[in-house]
Design a protein around this ligand. Structure first.
Ligand code: NAP
Length: 293
């Protein structure tokens, strides 16, 4: 089967490694980014640069959105003058957005004669590079089968979650856990350090217990060393996803007071200038260094 030409909208932390995977898998890849120079390294290894988003839409069959949020997706793909260009294309939406937002974009796509599927992912830059992302697909069974070869470039076993909106919901369910587990771990670690308990003793017992989550060890050194540079997933995206989950919880009548507290902590971290650091920087709010208490 002929491989579709793929355009990637958004050459950020995730869009860039995924463009490389597509090039390595011999796809023809068109790249567009609001800040064009971020696409330069991809152009040097064989991607085709689109000067405008409209040109990217025109030159590809599948339009992959790796943009920050729903607003960016709407601004890039759905301005009125672009309506006719979308006809007959497929939008493959991979960023983290809310279930109702994804369903809204599906409605807009269908109105433009465009196929729409969602495929948010669990995992970050290392998994994107290796092609081991956990891909969650919201689509009809037929769409899932049709686009499986492309989805497999990103992760070995893309999971068909259900219809559009359901994969977005599953992704938010995971990211709610990222927010809650990270805040909880930082809080416990803070007490351990304040009381002078040996951190290794705490970690050894934690690792042997039912309370352990691997993310704790992934964030331990960052929190102990207060080093949040070179993020895979920045604080600003965790705030976005926490707010998306709170919106969905409100829509469904779920009590999410615990997550509201975490959201407030993340917002304080943002105000402290930690928007672009690794999200484990919420540790600086939960357990601030001595000088700032
Ligand atoms: P990122 O590095 O911040 O990149 C965001 C991209 O969106 C950039 O290309 C940016 O363009 C573009 N953008 C933002 N606002 C725009 C607008 N109004 N118009 C046009 N372009 C706009 O983000 P990322 O980490 O790649 O994440 C992208 C999405 O995937 C987010 O929804 C995130 O939550 C999700 N995600 C991230 C990870 C991760 O580990 N990083 C994992 C899973 C899912 P500029 O370069 O011009 O700013």
């Amino acid at each position: 089967m002929t491989k579709p030409t793929v355009a990637i909208f958004g050459i950020g932390l995730m869009g860039a490694p995924l463009a490389i995977r597509l090039l390595d898998a011999d796809y023809k890849v068109v790249v567009w980014n609001r800040t064009p120079e971020k696409a330069d390294p991809l152009v040097q290894i064989g991607a085709l640069r689109a000067e405008t988003a409209a040109q990217a839409v025109q030159s590809a069959d599948v339009l992959i959105t790796w943009l920050a949020d729903r607003v960016a997706i709407q601004e890039v793909l759905f301005p009125a003058e672009r309506a006719s260009l979308l006809e007959g294309k497929t939008i493959l939406q991979m960023a983290t957005i809310g279930p109702s937002h994804s369903r809204g974009i599906e409605d807009a796509a269908i109105a433009h004669g465009t196929e729409y599927i969602e495929a948010p992912v669990l995992g970050s830059i290392p998994e994107a590079i290796k092609g081991t992302l956990q891909v969650m697909v919201g689509a009809t069974p037929e769409q899932y089968e049709k686009h499986l070869p492309l989805l497999k470039v990103f992760g070995e076993n893309p999971i068909h979650v259900g219809e559009v909106g359901q994969a977005a919901a599953m992704k938010l369910a995971f990211n709610q856990l990222i927010a809650g587990l990270t805040a909880s771990f930082s809080l416990s670690l803070g007490l351990i350090q304040k009381e002078g308990v040996r951190v290794e003793q705490f970690m050894d017992m934690l690792r042997d217990s039912a309370l352990y989550a691997p993310t704790f060890d992934k964030k331990l050194v960052r929190m102990l060393e207060r080093d949040y540079e070179n993020p895979n997933f920045p604080t600003r995206h965790l705030l976005k996803d926490t707010e998306l989950f709170l919106d969905a919880a409100a829509e469904h009548g779920l009590t999410a007071a615990c997550l509201e507290g975490v959201r407030d902590i993340i917002a304080i971290a943002m105000a402290k200038g930690l928007a672009d650091t690794d999200y484990s920087a919420i540790n600086e709010v939960i357990h601030p260094p001595k000088s700032s208490t």
